[in-house]
Design a protein around this ligand. Structure first.
Ligand SMILES: *Cc1c(COP(=O)(O)O)cnc(C)c1O
Length: 393
C-alpha cells in the first residue's frame, strides 16, 4: 500500500484539504434540480424561485425549442458520431454557423462544444508560445486557463484600467499580441469599454478577443451582442459567445474574419480533437436564434426587472454593484456571511448563490442575483421584500 512516512495516504491528504476548505467557508456543493431550468425550479422536493441561472431570455424550457429538439433528433439522430474534421460536420452545423455569422455581422463563424473550449481554441490557435495575452484581472477563468494551455504569456491589468493596459502594450516587444476580455463581466455584470479597447488594439497592433458569454442575446440591437451594442466593426475583433446562456441550449462559437476561422479549423486543438456536438442542438439553436431576434419583449422584460430590483434593494445596507445587465451582484464582503445569507434565502424558497473567492477577489463575496425574462416583476418584489427583512433582522 502506498503510504507516506507519517502513515497517511493520498486520500487522507485530500480529506484534510477538504476539511480546511469547509472551515474557510469555501466548500462548494451542487444543487440537484428535478425538472427543467426555469423561474421556479424543484430542488430536493421543494419548489424554489431561482435567481441563479444564465438562462437570461427564459429559453431553456421553451416549448417551441423542445419541439425543435424532437424534430432535430428525428432528422439527424442524437449523436454526431465523429469530430468535425472527420465526418461529424453536418449541414445543420454549417447552416447554424452561417446564421451566427450573419446575425453577429462577421464574415464567418465556427461552432465549438463549449465556451471554455472556444476560448482555449481561439487563444491556442492564434497565440502559441511566442504570444502575449493582455487580460483584465476579472476575466473569466476560461480565458486565463486558455492562455496557460497555449503556453503564451499572460499579462494582467487591473479591472477596466485602460491606462495601465496601454502602458503594458507600449512596453511589449513581442509582435503577436492579444487583448482578451469578458465583454460583460460574469461576476460583476459590468460591460467592458469595447470601443476604447479596440482603439488600443488598433494603436498597438493587437487582436481583441471579446468573450460575450453574457452579452449575446441580451445586448445590442435584437440581441446581437456587445459588438452591436457599441456598433463596432474591425478585422481585429475575435468575437466569442456561448449558446448555453441567453440562447438557452448548449455550445459556443467564434465569429471573425475568414482567415481566422480557417486557421482555427487547422490549429485549434479543442476544435479538432473532439466529437462534434449533436446536430440536433444546431437545429434547436437555429430556432433559438429566431426567438432571440424577434422576441424583443424578453429584453424589455429584463430591463424592467433590473430597474425593479434596484428600487427594491435601495433601502438595505448591502449595495448592488453598478450593472445594467441581468447580472446583479449584491456585495456582502465576507464569505461566511454571504454563504449564511444565501442559506437563509434558501429557507425562504429563494435560490441566490453566494459567490466567493477564488471566483471573485478576496473580501468581495457576493450574492449573485441573475434575472431572466422568465421572471415576473412580482418575483423580484418577493426577493426584495425578503432581503429587506434580512437586513432588518
Ligand atoms: C460561462 C462562460 C464561459 C464558458 O462557457 P461554457 O459554454 O459554459 O463553457 C466563458 N466565458 C464566460 C465569461 C462565461 O461566463
Amino acid at each position: 500500500m502506498l503510504v507516506d512516512a507519517d502513515g497517511t495516504g493520498p486520500q487522507d491528504r485530500l480529506r484534510q484539504q477538504l476539511r480546511t476548505r469547509e472551515e474557510e467557508g469555501l466548500y462548494r456543493r451542487r444543487l440537484v434540480l428535478d425538472g427543467p431550468q426555469q423561474a421556479r425550479v424543484r430542488v430536493a422536493g421543494h419548489e424554489c424561485l431561482a435567481f441563479c441561472s444564465n438562462d437570461y431570455l427564459g429559453l431553456a424550457n421553451h416549448p417551441g425549442l423542445i419541439r425543435a429538439a424532437c424534430e432535430g433528433a428525428r432528422r439527424h439522430g442524437v449523436g454526431a458520431g465523429a469530430s468535425h474534421l472527420i465526418s461529424g460536420h453536418f449541414s445543420v452545423h454549417h447552416a447554424l454557423e452561417e446564421a451566427l455569422a450573419r446575425f453577429t455581422g462577421f464574415p464567418r463563424a465556427l461552432l465549438f462544444s463549449t465556451g471554455y473550449m472556444a476560448n482555449a481554441g481561439v487563444i491556442a490557435g492564434l497565440m502559441g508560445r511566442d504570444g502575449v495575452v493582455f487580460g483584465d484581472r476579472l476575466n473569466h477563468a476560461s480565458l486565463n486557463d486558455a492562455v496557460l494551455g497555449a503556453r503564451a504569456q499572460l499579462v494582467r491589468y487591473p479591472h477596466l484600467d485602460l491606462a495601465v493596459l496601454e502602458r503594458r502594450l507600449a512596453a511589449c516587444r513581442v509582435k503577436n499580441r492579444m487583448v482578451a476580455t469578458d465583454a460583460v463581466f460574469s461576476m460583476d455584470g459590468d460591460i467592458a469599454p469595447a470601443a476604447d479597447l479596440l482603439a488600443l488594439c488598433e494603436r498597438y497592433d493587437a487582436w481583441l478577443l471579446l468573450d460575450d458569454a453574457h452579452g449575446f442575446g441580451v445586448l445590442g440591437s435584437q440581441g446581437r451582442g456587445t459588438v452591436s451594442h457599441f456598433g463596432l466593426h474591425s478585422p481585429r475583433i475575435l468575437y466569442m459567445a456561448t449558446l448555453g446562456k441567453a440562447a438557452g441550449v448548449f455550445g459556443a462559437f467564434v465569429a471573425a474574419q475568414a482567415e481566422v476561422i480557417e486557421t482555427l479549423i487547422q490549429h485549434a486543438r479543442s476544435y479538432v480533437y473532439t466529437t462534434a456536438t449533436p446536430p440536433l442542438l444546431s437545429h434547436v439553436l437555429l430556432a433559438s436564434l429566431d426567438l432571440i431576434e424577434t422576441d424583443a419583449w424578453r429584453r424589455e422584460r429584463l430591463a424592467q426587472l433590473v430597474a425593479c430590483l434596484k428600487q427594491e434593494v435601495r433601502p438595505i445596507r448591502w449595495r448592488l454593484l453598478p450593472s445594467d445587465t441581468p447580472i446583479q451582484p449584491l456585495l456582502i464582503g465576507d464569505s461566511a456571511r454571504a454563504l449564511a445569507l444565501s442559506r437563509t434565502l434558501r429557507e425562504h424558497g429563494l435560490l441566490v448563490p453566494a459567490i466567493r473567492p477564488p471566483t471573485v477577489p478576496q473580501g468581495s463575496a457576493r450574492l449573485r442575483i441573475s434575472l431572466s425574462a422568465a421572471h415576473e416583476v412580482e418575483d423580484v418584489r418577493r426577493l426584495g421584500a425578503v432581503l429587506r427583512g434580512l437586513d432588518g433582522a
